[in-house]
Design a protein around this ligand. Structure first.
Ligand SMILES: N[C@@H]1[C@@H](O)[C@H](O)[C@@H](COP(=O)(O)O)O[C@@H]1O
Length: 251
């Protein structure tokens, strides 16, 4: 089964058990198949997601309100509208706030008040970042402002007219914040992610590879295609484990 479909089914299972589940969503190209598969399930009446709540992982700082590439706009377009949810069921950090630090603290607080994230979707940057936690982010970090590396700005320039338009600053859930979600699900596809995946999954836990923090979480799932799995030393073991996975366990 394709990764997007697999994860959409895990989300559907969660929402059937807990209709008002808080689902943390990621942006980027990778998670799109998840959102498409989930919306298809909703349209088919396979799952009722009308009470689900959605929260954002990160946001650019300083883009004008309503900018099409602000992550708020992206999530509204790619998740909220296709699932038929109201904007009120969606929360994210305020990237346009004058008091950025206050907006970060308020978002961490809001996530806790909402009962915590039930399932957090994650992609991975080519440099191993999760959310916008760039290399050497503290593994205990909370939601805060970060400065993007040149590589991440270049990776994300495809969504803007030019590299110059990609903001330098972002707000991101911290690694410590992300680790508080009850289930972490990271999807990585394509050969460009193979090094980052291998370092995150099989390398030492290190701030240099923020995604390696998933090794500290009691319930973290990494879903990869063959290309993204290409540098995993234990790929055969992972395949055998997945093939023998008890069905009751879910993802
Ligand atoms: N902040 C986002 C991350 O959450 C995402 O994982 C990453 C990879 O994006 P893509 O899936 O397009 O490779 O892009 C951005 O940096």
């Amino acid at each position: 089964m394709a990764g997007g479909e697999l994860i959409a089914e895990a989300i559907a299972t969660l929402v059937r058990r807990k209709p008002d589940a808080l689902l943390g969503v990621a942006t980027g190209s990778t998670p799109l198949p998840i959102y498409e598969a989930l919306a298809a399930k909703v349209r088919a009446g396979d799952v009722d997601a009308s009470r689900a709540r959605i929260c954002q992982l990160d946001e650019y700082v300083g883009l004008p309100a309503g900018h099409p590439e602000s992550y708020r706009s992206v999530v509204l377009r790619q998740v909220i509208e296709p699932l038929g949810l109201a904007e009120e069921s969606f929360m994210g950090p305020d990237g346009a706030a004058e008091d950025v630090q206050g907006a970060c603290e308020a978002y961490d607080h809001a996530l806790r008040e909402a009962g915590g994230v039930d399932l957090q979707l994650l992609g991975i940057g080519t440099d191993g970042h999760i959310g916008f936690n760039e290399p050497c982010s503290s593994l205990a970090s909370r939601t805060r402002i970060k400065t993007l590396t040149r590589q991440t700005r270049e990776d994300n320039a495809r969504f803007f007219d030019s590299l110059d338009e990609v903001p330098h600053h972002v707000i991101t859930q911290g690694i410590g914040t992300i680790l508080e979600a009850r289930h972490l699900v990271l999807l990585a596809t394509g050969e460009g992610k193979a090094d980052a995946v291998a370092h995150a999954v099989e390398g030492p836990v290190a701030a240099l590879v923020p995604a390696s923090a998933l090794q500290l979480h009691p319930h973290a799932t990494v879903v990869v295609d063959e290309a993204a799995a290409a540098k995993l030393k234990l790929a055969d073991y992972f395949r055998a484990t997945y093939a023998a996975k008890p069905e009751w366990q879910g993802l």
